[in-house]
Design a protein around this ligand. Structure first.
Ligand SMILES: [Cu+2]
Length: 200
């Protein structure tokens, strides 16, 4: 009973709307630029969609949460687990904690030309991390894990800088990564000892 008149009502509204749009005079040049703008927007949305669904390009957090207030009690980010670790499959995972005003650990050594997974968390406020001359740049949002996979192409000393203003000591917030030639690098002893001792 009620459903019958609703459809024609919406059709009428739509028809009125289209008629109103048609009544607006749009200059030809303006029409051209509206079309170009819409095409550009469509192109960008298309690129983002393809990257997200087919190339796996996602925000670094991937919405993986962590309790920033109790990182020291957290299994993964407890002090002993920070720094470079090599897992059973030989993949290198680096865990770093950002806090006012430093990155912990202060210094790490990693091999060049090797895929590295870096996992960052903040213990207090919003920080950022930027390693010049690499693709490493991400926000470290409290409560979330920021994960980035990267490869350092050349050996050398790389600074790790905070690029989000986090307080008065922000400009002193930095750390160091030594990138060592692949053949000269050895996995830190700590991870070998840890692997042996922490086996329950
Ligand atoms: Cu900071």
């Amino acid at each position: 009973m009620q459903t019958e008149p609703i459809k024609p009502k919406y059709e009428q509204l739509l028809r009125d709307f289209v008629a109103q749009l048609r009544a607006i005079h749009i200059d030809q040049l303006e029409r051209k630029w509206i079309t170009i703008s819409l095409l550009v927007i469509g192109l960008f949305v298309g690129i983002i969609t393809i990257d997200a669904f087919f190339h796996g390009v996602n925000p670094p957090s991937k919405v993986e949460t962590v309790d920033s207030a109790s990182l020291h009690l957290n299994k993964e980010f407890a002090e002993d687990n920070l720094g470079v670790q090599v897992d059973e499959k030989g993949a290198i995972v680096i865990r770093m904690v950002a806090g006012r005003y430093a990155f912990f650990p202060k210094h790490i050594s990693v091999p060049a030309e090797t895929p590295l997974t870096l996992r960052w968390v903040s213990m207090d406020v919003l920080h950022g991390v930027h390693i010049p001359m690499t693709n490493m740049s991400t926000m470290i949002v409290p409560g979330y894990v920021a994960e980035i996979t990267t490869t350092f192409p050349k050996p050398g000393e790389y600074p790790v800088l905070c690029n989000e203003f986090c307080g008065l000591g922000h400009n002193h917030m930095w750390s160091n990564i030594s990138v060592i030639a692949k053949e000269d690098w050895t996995a830190p002893v700590k991870s070998a000892v840890k692997g042996g001792s922490s086996n329950d």
